[in-house]
Each structure stands twice: as C-alpha cells, then as structure tokens.
Design a binder for this molecule. Structure first.
Ligand SMILES: Nc1ncnc2c1ncn2[C@@H]1O[C@H](COP(=O)(O)OP(=O)(O)OP(=O)(O)O)[C@@H](O)[C@H]1O
Length: 325
C-alpha cells in the first residue's frame, strides 16, 4: 500500500551566531548550513498495519509524514501510496488519506467545530449521505456530542484532539497519518484516542502511521516499529523482537515474612534488601525464572512476588545507544 524508495530531503538553513557583531555581519554575508533531514529512506507498509514511527527530536519523523502526505517534495527517491505519488497527484490523492498534526490545528479557531466539518465536507466534496453517516459514527465513537457546537478556541486540548481526529476521517480515508496525536493529553484522553485508533483500524481496516514520543502509545497500538535517527532508518521490527534483543532482564520484587539474612540466589543479583523485601535483577538468558522462584521459597516464606520486564522506554534508549543517537 505504501512504498518509499531512497527518499532524501535536505534543508538549507541560515547560520546565525549570537551577539550584535555577528547579527550585523549577517546583514551583509549570509552563511548557510545543509541539514540532511532524510537520507535514503526506504520501507513498505501493508494495508491494515499500524506502524509506530519513532526517533529522537529532529530525527526526521515529521518530514517523512509531510512527504507521505504530499505537503513536501523530496530531493530524491520515489514514493508510491495506493498507486499515487503524493506530491504530484495531490488533488486525487488527498481523498485517500487523513492527516493529524498534534501540534497544529486543521480546524478554524473562532467558529463552532461543526462549521469546520461542513467546510471540510465541501472541500473534499463528500456526498451528503456518506458525510452524515461518517459524522454520526465519529460523534458517537469519539463522544463529540455538545463539542460540535463549541468554538474550537474554547475546547480543552483533549477535546480538540478528538475533533481533529474526527475532521481527518470525515471523508473516509484508507490511510491515517498521525503526528504526535496524544501530545499533552491526560491519561483518560490518551486511552480514549488510542482505543479509537484501534477501533478504526480493526473495523474499517484503516492503515495507521503514527509518530510519537510516548512509548505507551507504541506498546498499546503498534504492530511494527520503524525507528529513524539522524535521517536514517535504523530499525524495522516489532516490540517483541526488540524485547528479545534487549529485554532479557527482569526485576523481581519479593515480599516475605521477616528474615534477618540477606537473600543469596544463584544467577540473580540483589538490587536492594530489607528484612521484609528484596529486589533482584534476573537475566532470563542465564537462569530460568522458575529456578529463581524455587530458590527463593527455600530461603524465605514468600508473601508476594512481582516480576517486571524492562519498560519500553528503556528498550528504546538501548536502541538509541546502540546506534549512538
Ligand atoms: N522547514 C524546515 N527548514 C529547515 N530545517 C528543517 C525544516 N523542517 C525540518 N527541518 C530540520 O530537519 C530535521 C528533521 O526535522 P523533523 O521535524 O522531521 O524531525 P522530527 O523527528 O519530527 O522531530 P521532533 O520529534 O522534534 O518533532 C531537523 O534537524 C529540523 O531542524
């Protein structure tokens, strides 16, 4: 459904040094630097996938989304999405995609949300019947109700984000590009947005490409992760593969009836100890968890055992470290 082949994009940016003298000098001689935002990016995405596109600040995520949505023309490479080259056949292409930039609004600030929706209906030339059907469905699933009559500037961030997502789906696109859709949202709104993304993917078969810095978004949604750093694609795989690569350590917290002797479990290192609780680090490649639990119950009278895997954030940091970004 989506194929990018050797996409590169550079920006020429003016260099400005601090200080009055440098500012005066810049009036006469402009120095420039080249920023390689994307270097030879290639990947394919199949219909119905949810792909998490991640990477540190300035990695090139938004630039890729802009190229894929046809807003930006790359310097080199090809991109074919549902048979279209996004920046060449924009008019025909945009009917097939929805785009949400979490940091920017596509809604008109001073008018009620429904007015923006109607304008989008006219821009996209959505037939009245399918507009009404889509609007009903989105209003119900995103809980828009009274928000539709409210001017956008009066909405909270979470309410606005739900309206933005609805706006991007009114024309029934097959692909949804989401650039940081949960940025700044509270826990409840994040879960609502994630749930909705899952639903449209499952029920409508919408393919979703999602950029985020929130690894719990990735954990909740993404079948597959593409990681970019310094404009280069560095990882293409799923979360389980990543866990297999970096996530063999488990943290085991054990509560037991008071015991004066520190635990000594072969294959596990003691991170902290008190007469009633110990925290151990276990490398499951070196020792079986069942063996660790068996040894524990020989040494103390167990009250509770909690086993935690490495949080996804830490796995991603390991990946960044491996690639020195
Ligand atoms: N219009 C532009 N003009 C000049 N430089 C740009 C422009 N857009 C992006 N860049 C540069 O290209 C690089 C990639 O930017 P991009 O916005 O794609 O990163 P990102 O991965 O989305 O970052 P973030 O997570 O901070 O949003 C950065 O170094 C950025 O400064």
């Amino acid at each position: 459904m989506i194929t990018l082949q050797g996409i590169s994009k550079s920006f020429r940016v003016a260099k400005r040094s601090a200080g009055m003298r440098q500012a005066m000098k810049a009036l006469f001689v402009r120095e420039h630097a080249i920023v390689d935002a994307l270097r030879d990016i290639s990947f394919t995405i199949k219909e119905g996938e949810i792909v998490g596109y991640i990477g540190p600040n300035g990695a090139g995520k938004s630039t890729t989304i802009k190229v894929m949505s046809g807003i930006m023309v790359p310097d080199r490479g090809s991109c074919s999405i549902m048979g279209y080259t996004p920046w060449q056949e924009r008019r025909a292409y945009v009917g097939n995609i929805g785009v949400v930039f979490g940091q920017r609004s596509q809604l008109w600030w001073d008018v009620p949300v429904i007015d923006s929706f109607e304008l989008l209906r006219d821009i996209y030339k959505i037939p009245h019947r399918s507009y009404a059907g889509n609007l009903d469905l989105l209003t119900e699933t995103l809980g828009l109700g009274s928000l539709l009559q409210t001017p956008v500037r009066q909405l909270s961030l979470g309410q606005r984000m739900r309206c933005e997502i609805a706006a991007s789906l009114l024309h029934g696109p097959k692909i949804l590009f989401l650039d940081e859709p949960t940025i700044g949202l509270d826990a409840i709104s994040k879960i609502a947005v994630r749930q909705f993304i899952k639903t449209i993917n499952k029920e409508k078969g919408v393919t979703v490409i999602l950029t985020t810095h929130d690894m719990s978004d990735i954990e909740a949604l993404a079948d597959r992760i593409l990681m970019i750093g310094n404009g280069t694609l560095l990882y293409d795989g799923n979360l389980d593969e990543l866990r297999g690569r970096f996530g063999t350590h488990r943290t085991v917290t054990v509560d037991y009836r008071a015991n004066a002797t520190p635990l000594d479990i072969p294959g596990a290192s003691l991170l902290s100890w008190s007469p009633e609780r110990a925290v151990l680090s276990v490398d499951t490649e070196q020792v079986l968890m069942a063996l660790v639990i068996a040894r524990l119950s020989e040494q103390v009278e167990l009250v509770d055992v909690a086993i935690e895997t490495k949080p996804v954030d830490e796995l991603i940091v390991e990946l960044y470290k491996e690639h020195r970004i």
